[in-house]
Design a protein around this ligand. Structure first.
Ligand SMILES: [Zn+2]
Length: 141
C-alpha cells in the first residue's frame, strides 16, 4: 500500500471500521462510500469484532519489496463473522501451531519499514485466540 493511502486509512484500521450496505448487506473493509454490488450510497458504519477464522494458510518465502521482515511468515485467508474475507499475516505463532479452522483475533503490529522514507508502517495482523486454544487443550486432556 502506498504511504499516503496508508495514512488516510490508518484510523480505519485501528478502529476496525467497516461499512455495510443497507440495501444488500454487502460489507466493506476499509469502508466504501457506495456499494460495489448494488450501487447504493446508503452504507452504514460497522465496527468489526476483530475475530475471525482461518480458511487457508500460505508460508511466505519471497516477501514483497519493503517486507523483508516477512520471510517465513504465515499469510492466511481469514473469514470474519461479519461476512468479510481478508488476507493478512499471522503473528505471535509458530507455523506448526496454526491450522485451518482456528479462531484468530486482529491486532495492530508493525507491517513493514518504508526503506526510502525510513517510516515504520503499522497495520493489522491476526493471532490465534488464546482462550480458544486453552479450551481445545482442556478437551483433549
Ligand atoms: Zn449493496
Amino acid at each position: 500500500m502506498e504511504l499516503p493511502r496508508y495514512h488516510r486509512l490508518r484510523s480505519t484500521f485501528y478502529r476496525l471500521q467497516a461499512s455495510r450496505c443497507a440495501a444488500c448487506q454487502a460489507t466493506y473493509f476499509p469502508p466504501r462510500p457506495y456499494c460495489l454490488h448494488c450501487g447504493s450510497r446508503n452504507l452504514e458504519e460497522l465496527r468489526l469484532s476483530g475475530r475471525g477464522r482461518v480458511l487457508s494458510l500460505t508460508r511466505v518465502y519471497q516477501p514483497s519489496r519493503g517486507f523483508s521482515d516477512g520471510v517465513g511468515t504465515l499469510t492466511a485467508l481469514i473469514e470474519l463473522p461479519e461476512g468479510l474475507r481478508l488476507i493478512a499475516q499471522l503473528t505471535d505463532v509458530e507455523p506448526a501451531e496454526v491450522e485451518t479452522g482456528q479462531e484468530v483475533e486482529m491486532v495492530v503490529r508493525r507491517l513493514r519499514t518504508d526503506e526510502e522514507q525510513g517510516l515504520i508502517v503499522y497495520g493489522y495482523k491476526f493471532r490465534p485466540v488464546v482462550g480458544a486454544r486453552a479450551a481445545e487443550g482442556a478437551n483433549s486432556a
